[in-house]
Design a protein around this ligand. Structure first.
Ligand SMILES: [Zn+2]
Length: 73
């Protein structure tokens, strides 16, 4: 696990999947989006969120497939 400084929590950006601390003083980051993605136009961010959701799902599927491959039965 990654260490988190007190008062700040590690959030995962919905658009790019990056882990970021929130809240950070002077940062444009929001609860759901890192500083970079908070700056993007809403339509662009929406597309990124959709892609990121798919990537996350694929990662889970890949992991479960790998787990099955390692432990037969
Ligand atoms: Zn982001």
């Amino acid at each position: 696990m990654e260490k988190v400084t007190s008062g700040q929590r590690l959030h995962t950006c919905r658009a790019c999947g990056k882990k970021f601390e929130y809240p950070v003083k002077g940062s444009a980051a929001t609860r759901h989006h890192c500083e970079n993605c908070a700056d993007l136009p809403a339509e662009t961010r929406k597309t990124l969120e959709r892609l990121n959701t798919r990537v996350t799902q694929l990662e889970h599927q890949l992991k479960s497939l790998q787990a099955k491959a390692i432990t037969p039965g």
